[in-house]
Design a protein around this ligand. Structure first.
Ligand SMILES: Cc1cc2nc3c(=O)[nH]c(=O)nc-3n(C[C@H](O)[C@H](O)[C@H](O)COP(=O)(O)O)c2cc1C
Length: 334
């Protein structure tokens, strides 16, 4: 195994452990819809379908980026891709760096010929290797869009992580300027501030995946992997660093009303998806909640998607929202 494949296998094992999930109370839970005791809609008539990147999808729910590039990666990706295809929801693949560096074939499209598939590569890798890498990531899986991840906290805590971020915004700008597919910039659990969002918008980015604090804690995962005691002591106070997803969504929306938002980071059920939509996201992404089902089977992932969609429908029923447009304006408790 190479360093990257070793790291990816560790990530999967550690991400499954509850101690590496945020220990803070979810700020999603502070977002309470006004209960509608007179919904005036039928549950079966509620329409949760929407459009994403000009394609119809069955629900505003996306399988968030999780890694390939290790022994379990292929099977995880196959189960996720087959379920995404069967349910017609988008799937974001994990970092394609290892596969591209080793010239491995990436079989995602074979399992999901029609649904929206997003590629994934780190901004620092593009900074180091140029936008050809980004173009290859897109072509390798015929991606509908490319997700560029920005993860400075994770890189700091990771032993040997990238610490030179000087040209990262320039690399993102180059991708937005030259690539033929849309670019989505995402964090991995520390959030993207409204100030960052403005800079990204100026760089030509139209989509942001917030990936705020509240779910998988990457500082905690990398701290558990780091063997150097001095680096561990430096990192310790930063274990809880980051901005929560729920307050970030309306804040970015206010600063950049034209940006399209994906709500993610600590989304744990369909009620959280409804909250993301109400707070200004077009669609919501969950990563860790799909990990255990993806290790099991395609059917287990489909079951998870079915539950999420039904929970979203219930939230819409209980707010009297016949469609997602109405849900966006559903009254909240003050
Ligand atoms: C096992 C695992 C691997 C991940 N690998 C990647 C990755 O390769 N690229 C990326 O952009 N995000 C990656 N993420 C981060 C997620 O996409 C997501 O932003 C983050 O985990 C927060 O969402 P969550 O709380 O729903 O897990 C990974 C997450 C998990 C759980």
């Amino acid at each position: 195994m190479t360093d990257i494949t070793d790291r990816k296998a560790d990530h999967i094992n550690l991400a499954l452990q509850s101690e590496h999930q945020s220990q803070a109370i979810s700020t999603f839970d502070s977002i309470r819809f006004e209960h509608n005791a007179l919904p005036e809609v039928a549950l079966n008539d509620i329409d949760i379908s929407t459009q994403f990147l000009n394609q119809n999808i069955s629900a505003p729910i996306m399988i968030g980026a999780m890694t390939g590039g290790c022994d379990k990666g292929d099977i995880i990706n196959r189960h996720l891709a087959e379920a995404a295809e069967a349910c017609n929801i988008p799937m974001a693949v994990g970092s394609q760096r290892a596969a591209l560096e080793h010239n491995q074939t990436q079989a995602i499209r074979q399992h999901a010929p029609n649904t929206v598939i997003l590629g994934n590569i780190g901004a620092t890798q593009i900074q180091q290797q140029g936008i050809d890498l980004a173009q290859r990531a897109v072509e390798a899986i015929s991606a509908n869009a490319l997700v560029i991840h920005i993860n400075p906290l994770q890189e700091l805590v990771q032993q040997g992580g990238d610490r030179d971020w000087k040209q990262v915004l320039e690399a993102i700008y180059q991708c937005a300027d030259k690539l033929t597919v849309p670019i989505i910039v995402k964090e991995v659990g520390a959030g993207i501030s409204p100030r960052n969002a403005q800079k990204l918008q100026q760089a030509g980015i139209k989509w942001i995946e917030v990936a705020g604090r509240g779910g998988t804690n990457w500082a905690s995962i990398e701290l558990a992997r780091n063997q150097l005691s001095q680096e561990k002591s430096i990192a310790a106070p930063f274990i809880d660093w980051g901005m929560d997803t729920a307050p970030l969504l309306p804040a970015i929306n206010k600063a950049c009303p034209k940006l399209n938002l994906i709500g993610s980071g600590g989304v744990r059920h369909g009620l959280d998806v409804a909250r993301c939509i109400r707070l200004g996201a077009s669609i919501s992404a969950l990563a860790q909640p799909f990990l255990a089902p993806s290790l099991e089977s395609t059917e287990a992932v489909i079951e998870k998607i079915t539950v999420l969609r039904e929970q979203l429908r219930w939230a819409m029923f209980l707010t009297g929202s016949a469609n997602l447009e109405t849900l966006q304006k559903a009254p909240l408790q003050t």
